[in-house]
Design a protein around this ligand. Structure first.
Ligand code: F6P
Length: 536
């Protein structure tokens, strides 16, 4: 493995000032050879500096990391989350006809039973058979944070054309502004509140849940009757007063950021209906089958992971941008930030040693074309290349607005072309000459208009954004993160890095209230003093 990392680095250095366009000139078949199709999804990775030797070395890296064995261990329910001593089985939530055993017990009957209960509840609520104290439920408020918010929020926005259920709202931030703005204008008598928290202890969620309960209690005789809990902690949901018939539980082998496929996806199911939710699960399960069966060199999650490793660990580009050319994928970058950075932002390997290579990159992004009018300047002309991951659907959902979609797609393809080709100084000079500039001024102005090009990107092309394809894409990214984690040698399924700040917040709270709170550093004490003074 170490040898492969150094061979990859040497190979990258040996590419010198070669350009991506040179790779196309040298290989007439490159566009097709570095474009992989699976189950209707197309992943084009030809606009990168990965040439045939780099591809072979990367594949050898995957082979050497024993992806196949780690993958099998995950799917069969081994405790691969070793620091929490847990299996990792979110895949079981989307394979309802499958069979998975954990500690000798078939977990699928319980998974299926919960899924059936969710579906029955969704059908009742959508039909009005389950109603609020003022009539049919018109609005659903999902209160959760991190994985208990980002997945369903992202998916609800993505599948807007399929909405035929109640309006769906999301509250995550402990900032009172979030819940105040959300509840404003809602009728407590026709609102359902979902408290989504695996642990049912997360301070943001529980604070918001209590505020929502008070809001409802002011208008409704029995507020708890309009609350649902999505949680693994049945005792705590009972303490909160939620009837067990409206508690949808899941096991500790479903990680927060992988939980949209089960009860945490209830808001999505209410919005789009159980059938569409099942299409979403089917898409995820189809990607699971592809991941388990396709050879490494045709395996989409493996290829995405290898391209990511090439750009971050080998080329040293510190960030990657996710750029969906689909406005409904507005929250996909935020969702992927948690998925990728909470999973692979780690400095210690599975065995407790220091990680031998750098950990996962900063992931960020925004839908196109909006991003083009904001940060693409830096992507095109900044000093540090940003590998870009474009996502584009061939068809939109607005047949009357097909010309919008063609324009959207043209922008997407134009950006990746521009990033790769750039514009030379000679071309820029010619542009300036055409405007009548000459000599030193022509040169000065031309230099600002040069695009260095040779900036890598990939494009994921999907037929149309539907429940099924969304399921495929989400599962694709989940497995990509898994493969990257296996190759880096870390545990992608814990998140110890979020703990310290949470603990300290509890100790800072008394400081802000002016209560005795020893043990803080001088800067924090000083800031807290200023905060108190400004509030006085
Ligand atoms: O941010 C840490 C984290 O544990 C995430 O992994 C999780 O998705 C989120 O908090 C919410 O946790 P819970 O569902 O237990 O409220």
């Amino acid at each position: 493995m170490t040898d492969l990392w150094s061979r990859l680095t040497s190979h990258r250095i040996s590419q010198g000032d070669q350009r991506i366009t040179d790779l196309f000139e040298a290989d007439a078949g490159r566009a097709a050879a570095f474009c992989t199709e699976a189950d209707g999804l197309v992943f084009d990775w030809s606009k990168t500096m990965i040439d045939a030797p780099a591809r072979d070395l990367l594949l050898a890296l995957a082979q050497g990391a024993d992806i196949a064995e780690r993958r099998a261990a995950m799917f069969r329910g081994d405790r691969i989350n070793e620091t929490e001593d847990r299996a990792v089985l979110h895949t079981a939530l989307r394979n309802l006809s499958g069979s998975v055993t954990v500690d000798g017990e078939d977990v699928m009957p319980a998974v299926r039973a919960t899924h059936e209960r969710m579906s029955a509840f969704a059908r009742d609520l959508r039909s009005g058979a389950f109603a609020g104290q003022g009539g049919k439920i018109t609005d659903v408020v999902n209160i959760g944070i991190g994985g208990s918010d980002l997945g369903p929020y992202m998916a609800v926005l993505a599948l807007a054309p399929f909405h035929d259920g109640p309006r769906t709202h999301f509250v995550s931030n402990v900032d009172g502004a979030d819940i105040a703005d959300t509840l404003k204008g809602l009728d407590p008598a026709t609102t359902l509140v979902i408290v989504a928290s695996k642990t049912f202890t997360t301070i943001e969620t529980m604070t918001n849940a209590r505020t929502a309960r008070d809001w409802m209690a002011a208008r409704v005789a029995d507020p708890a009757a309009q609350f649902v809990a999505l949680s693994s902690a049945a005792d705590r949901t009972a303490d909160f007063g939620i009837d067990p018939s409206r508690v949808f539980g899941f096991e500790n082998w479903v990680g927060g950021r992988y939980s949209v496929w089960g009860p945490i996806g209830l808001s999505l199911m209410l919005a789009v209906g159980p059938e569409n939710f099942e299409r979403f699960l089917d898409g995820g399960a189809a990607m699971d089958r592809h991941f388990q069966t396709a050879p490494l060199d045709r395996n989409l999650p493996v290829l995405l992971a290898l391209v990511g490793i090439w750009h971050h660990q080998v080329c040293g580009y510190p960030t990657r941008a996710v750029l969906p050319y689909d406005n409904r994928l507005l929250r996909l970058p935020a969702y992927l930030q948690q998925l990728e950075m909470e999973s692979n932002g780690k400095r210690v390997a599975m065995d407790g040693s220091d990680l031998a290579v750098v950990s996962g990159p900063v992931v960020w992004g925004e839908p196109g074309t909006n991003g083009q009018h904001a940060f693409y300047q830096l992507i095109h002309q900044g000093t540090m290349p940003v590998p870009c991951e474009f996502i584009l659907a061939a068809r939109g959902h607005e047949p009357d607005l097909a010309h919008h979609h063609i324009l959207l797609a043209a922008n997407c393809l134009a950006q990746s072309e521009a990033l790769m080709r750039g514009r030379s100084l000679d071309e820029a000079r010619a542009l300036m000459a055409a405007k009548g500039l000459e000599g030193a001024e022509q040169d000065r102005q031309a230099r600002h208009r040069v695009f260095p090009g040779n900036r890598p990107s990939t494009t994921l092309l999907i037929p149309q954004l539907t429940p099924y394809t969304l399921g495929q894409v989400v599962a694709l990214y989940e497995h990509r993160v898994f493969v990257e984690g296996v190759i880096l040698g870390l545990n992608s399924f814990d998140q110890w890095g979020v703990e310290l700040g949470k603990e300290l917040a509890l100790k800072v709270e008394p400081l802000l209230k002016g209560e005795p709170a020893p043990g803080h550093d001088p800067s924090t004490e000083h800031l807290a003093g200023l905060f108190r003074a400004l509030r006085a």
